[in-house]
Design a protein around this ligand. Sequence first.
Ligand code: GLN
Length: 385
Amino acid sequence: MKHLSSRLNKIPASVISEMNNFARLYKAINLASGYPDFNPPEALVEAAVNALRKGYHQYADTAGRSSLRQAIARKFSRFSGLEVDGDAHVTVTVGSTEAMFLVLAVICEPGDRVLIFSPFYENYAAGLHLLDAQPVYVHLRPPEFLIDREALRREFERGAKAIIICNPANPSGKVFTEEELLFIGSLAQEFDAYVITDEVYEHIVFPPHRHVYAAALPGMFERTITCSSLSKTYAITGWRLGTVIADEVITEQIRLLHDYITLGAPAPLQLAARTALEFPDEYYAEIARQYAERRDIFLEYLERSGFGYIPPQGTYFVLADISGFDFDDDVHFCYWMVRTVGVAAVPGSSFFAEPVKHLVRFNFAKRPETLHEAGERLMEIKKLR
Ligand code: GLN
């Protein structure tokens, strides 16, 4: 048989998926992959049932159902303060995973350097390798994951087609401040680079931190491409609804490629999603409050069970420090933890370009009873090591 494409040689298997599979095998409580174990608002489920009953079974407008695009534009304007137009600037994708891939494909030429803060979410590098573009990692300094401004400037000077900002950041839980975003924006302007954001956790931010939309900063809209999704905000990760907001020229190219890659996101779910986009401000305040509660429950167990941790400013992830237990590395620890106490996490090393082996990522988007059960199991670790 002829050999398969070598394009994939640089792409490692998804560690998050590996841990999910291992968790399934051992029927462990899965705090690895980032999805909730609770249902979305009932109104949304009703809307989906109605959409199916009303016969919305065929393709929608491939760029996204027009009324949904308008609703996304209105919601983005409501929270960012920046007016965007659903027809000119918004594309609906199959999750933000497709969104990010389309954006990278539209922007990158082979050999282009794209800056990524480390720690990072695993998808970005895979997309870049597939395009023969080059991920360039810029270290964030723990525990607050601060930007080394000199180092960042140096990488821009060496040449950067774009920078990816995951904000709030998976897996670190960092929420970039307005001042940090202005600094990154000023470099992007000086060196004429694109800013690509992944803002899927935009509504999961813990006070006093607040989410700032990079695209809404002065002079940034033309060079900023905002990827987000409905997955996290409305607890519908399986609906696969993502969004890209970009200027007209970029949007045209994104839609061109999107037509060939997926043709469109699920049509009945697009119709139903309009209901979510019209939820009042209180909905968003309430989910932020609920996530803060889940975070507090889980962090207390981490503390009591001997983990250190880096307090997340946003997202539903926490990086926990396993130095207190006697393990060579995070990968062994994670496999051991699934087998021995029945809780799955993701080895932190898969998110870092640096040799970091003492962190693991837990997802706390779970019902209180799940968090309590997982927490009780984590308390066993001290006795066993
Ligand atoms: N974005 C989610 C996470 O970081 C889900 C990714 C996945 O399941 N591969 O866990």
